[in-house]
Ligand binder design. Structure first.
Ligand code: GLV
Length: 308
């Protein structure tokens, strides 16, 4: 008999075919609250759960999953999973590192360019019909060449962003857990662009709040492609409104899909709907890696990318 597996969302057809060849796959259909109820009912008896960033896999879900051997998150971040609760029950948790590094680093540069070159503002003006033609001093932005990029968290994605930024002629400063980086205070005070690449943990929640924003240069930009709660969103809205910093570009929010109301009205912020890894190639590779983890663990082999 094929082992039962629960998917919270549909995966690409090629990946589904691979999973269905060795597992009995069931998929959640609901959305929002209905999804939570359905999730709790359907996870019972399943040997594997394939979850997404938006699924809260807390202790309640883990306890309802009485036969779970593996929770395979289709994301590199796994703050949505109570890893300690899983570990207590001997359930393996896996994520999808590496396969999304390039896509996320590319998107970080896209946000950096969009905000420093005022692309959103320009497009809004044009679509409103307010563009009266080329002007010498119209929507002047900041050049990246020669500027300092401060990378908060020099992990896989932070390094990939650094490599791209160097190609644009930027100098790099970084904080890091494992080697001697620049202290965060100094990085904030000296960087022209600050980009966040730390995972969301108890220690990094609201890492960037009012005091940190006040420490940044008035001409500097903040980029967030990691997790919303790393930034105090209300403090950021305050800083942008009062022009304490020049601008920000965000792909993630504290209460997705809600965005702080003030941010929606400000011109100096670029707002993307959590698209960091959203390319066809990358999402397929992420789903494939999650499924290969499931097949390995249910087949008695070690997981490929366990969360440590
Ligand atoms: C996406 O947000 C991820 O962590 O992969």
């Amino acid at each position: 008999m094929k082992p039962p597996v629960l998917l919270t969302r549909k995966l690409p057809a090629s990946v589904m075919a691979r999973l269905e060849a060795s597992c009995a796959v069931e998929q959640c259909e609901g959305d929002g609250l209905a999804a939570r109820r359905e999730f709790l009912t359907r996870v019972a008896g399943k040997q594997a759960l394939v979850s997404m960033v938006t699924d809260t896999v807390d202790r309640t879900v883990i306890e309802a999953g009485d036969a779970l051997q593996i929770i395979a998150n289709v994301a590199v971040g796994y703050n949505n999973i109570d890893v300690a609760a899983a570990r207590e029950r001997g359930i393996i948790v896996t994520n999808t590192p590496d396969v999304l590094t390039d896509a996320t680093a590319d998107f970080t540069l896209a946000l950096m360019l969009a905000v420093t070159r005022r692309l959103g503002e320009g497009e809004r003006m044009l679509r409103r019909g307010d563009w009266k033609g080329w002007a010498f001093d119209q929507l002047l932005g900041m050049q990246l060449h020669g500027k300092q990029l401060g990378i908060v968290g020099l992990g896989r994605i932070g390094r990939a962003v650094a490599a791209r930024a160097q190609a644009f002629g930027m100098t790099i400063a970084h904080t890091s857990r494992s080697d001697a980086g620049m202290p965060l205070d100094r990085l904030l005070a000296t960087s022209d662009v600050v980009s966040l690449h730390v995972p969301l943990t108890g220690e990094t929640r609201h890492l960037i709040g009012q005091p940190e924003l006040a420490r940044m240069k008035r001409t500097a930009y903040l980029i967030n492609t990691t997790r919303g709660p790393v930034v105090d969103e209300a403090a950021l809205a305050w800083a942008l409104k009062n022009q304490l910093i020049a601008g920000a570009a965000l792909d993630v929010y504290e209460h997705e899909p809600q965005v702080h109301a003030d941010l929606l009205t400000l011109e100096n912020v670029v707002l993307a709907p959590h698209l960091g890894s959203a390319t066809t190639e990358t999402r397929t590779a992420m789903a494939d890696l999650a499924v290969r983890n499931v097949i390995a663990v249910l087949g008695g082999d070690p997981p490929l990318t366990p969360v440590t």
